[in-house]
Design a protein around this ligand. Sequence first.
Ligand code: NAP
Length: 478
Amino acid sequence: MTKLHKAYIGGQWLTGNRGSFEVDDPATGESVAKVADVSLDQVEQAIDAANQAFESWRRLSAQERADGVLAWYDKVRENRQRLAEMITRESGKPIAEALSEVDYGASYLRWFAEQGVRAGGQTLPTLPGGRRPLTLKQPVGVVGVITPWNFPLAMIARKAAPALAAGCTLVIKPAAETPLTALLLAELAEQAGLPAGVINLIPGTDAAAIGKCLCTHSKVRKLSFTGSTAVGRVLMAQSAQKIQRLSLELGGNAPFLVFDDANLEAAVEGLIASKFRNSGQTCVCANRILVQRGIYDSFIARLKTRMASLTLGPGALPGADLGPLISDRAIARVESLVEQALEAGAVQTLGAGRVGEGSRYHSPTLLESVTPENPIWSQEIFGPVVSVTPFDSEEDGITLANHTEAGLASYLFSDSLSRAIRVAESLDYGMVGINEGIISSATAPFGGIKSSGLGREGGQEGMDEYLETKYLCLGGIG
Ligand code: NAP
């Protein structure tokens, strides 16, 4: 077993006490590697290593920590192609998207290295009795991180960058489908000179037990999770025991509103970008397309032409727009969602389902006449299926858009400034794309409300997630 297939704990590359597990290539279903499967003892070993490293990492100057994160950034940039190929190999996404994921993930490393040196407290106005109040910003401590497979690099970078810059240390469990990119990232952190124990990477298949340990262990002070709402709920309940700090980036159900006064070409292109990124497998993918009746027919006609032009193929094939879905289970789920939607009255006007028996490729599919009662309305589709519903007035559009438990991303297309602002203010979501289908950036707070989670990643808000504010009251000064 090579180093890059082992767990990285306390600066050591270790085989798994539970043996190993297979990672496959979604394009072929063939095994790519066998990776260490850690035991709970090894999870505890990683927590101990992170706890020990915390004592010295937190005491470095902010600039020294920033230099460490920037050295890691440089290594990621130098290994851009290698990382992208690894992302494509284990997640199936087209290589162009994988390269842009590397750039996107790296941007968090640079941005938070720069932001960390500005993360100071405040001196506040004098209190009665001559007391002087001030605040310190201190790192939270050891942070447990659990990430999904759809952005094997970026979901780790979005958490690790602010955490390390703030002075925290990490125990990271990547998704079982995509541990290889995470291990390569850990190796690059080692090459960049980040001290042993600052980052610990624990691949494993016993997610429930690892998650419970990261929620309840006395030396872990925070859990940052990105994944499904169902698992987020479990982790939140487990964290209640010791009132552990949590960041939860959970599932979405993004509405994509197209108003009569929208620029149609921009709206179609925005939808293609939002819906088909990673073959529809992102938490911010447009999920419910709401189109005002006045432009309904012309919008659908343009959309069909554009969808028919999308090319399916292995992610490594240059020019492929859509790769395979992540697993057999994922494609079976999408097929079943489409079936249920059709039974409930939706009409399929484009698409041919799974492409080739046993494959994980699903053709771009258009479902019209979807109503809020249709089961697909309340599900995150996580596949290349466009679900469309017409609406009449602006008010109807907003009501339909907000008719969900989720509150992560939303989108609206309109050339009326006043309408865009009015509608954006009325949408119950953490993020609104206005005439834009791709919204995420290291500089901006990414996150959801309602069942889409707690906290933000990116921007100053992303830094605050890894800092405690301590208040000092200085008396006897006069
Ligand atoms: P998932 O099943 O929740 O898995 C995510 C991670 O949680 C994986 O590492 C998984 O490990 C782990 N996990 C599974 N069960 C667990 C448990 N009982 N306790 C602790 N950890 C557990 O989600 P997914 O289907 O892989 O990922 C897609 C979901 O992530 C979608 O809902 C998507 O919207 C959401 N997502 C949200 C954001 C955001 O920023 N809001 C970004 C990306 C994705 P194993 O791999 O070992 O099972």
